[in-house]
Design a binder for this molecule. Sequence first.
Ligand code: 5GP
Length: 183
Amino acid sequence: MSLHPDLKSILVSEAEIQQRVQSLAAQISQDYAHVGGELYLVGILKGAFIFLADLARRLQLPHHVDFMAVSSYGATAHSGEVRVIMDLREPIEGKHVILVEDIVDTGKTLNYLYKTLLGRKPASLRTCTFVRKLRPSLDVPVDYLGFEIPDVWVVGYGLDYADKHRTLPFIAELEPHVYSKPT
Ligand code: 5GP
């Protein structure tokens, strides 16, 4: 199969992703077996929607799904502040919540969301991140992690570059010349 010219290489294959998501779902199902139907998955749009869809469909226990959206990077450079642009529909007070994120880079987004959700007094709060970059980041707890990846710009499985490559079934590194040029 030939790769799109924007892409340098595949970092995590479709088969590896599917296998890992299955084992994360099995782990979460085991860990939350005691909470009955009170598990709330909070997905962060847009990047986490594919991961969340696959994860949720593999859970072996009843659960609710809700979404938040935050302001994101312009293209690849961090704009600084994190802002909620779409909030949850349901209150999470007293619920068991797992925050489902696509990627931890600097950790600013996860740190902000973690504090925001904790302030709403859930019964418990854990985080599940599909990938984390191997680079210094804020010390945010990641309870469930899919993969650690090098500190490069990646796309696929929900992650985009200027809204492109989001639906690739694997994670690929973007060619540096693609993201270093202004969009
Ligand atoms: P952080 O706040 O941890 O620096 O960044 C988190 C957000 O930045 C992610 O939710 C994602 O939207 C974006 N991001 C960071 N690195 C990448 C990357 O390599 N690829 C893509 N597509 N988005 C990224």
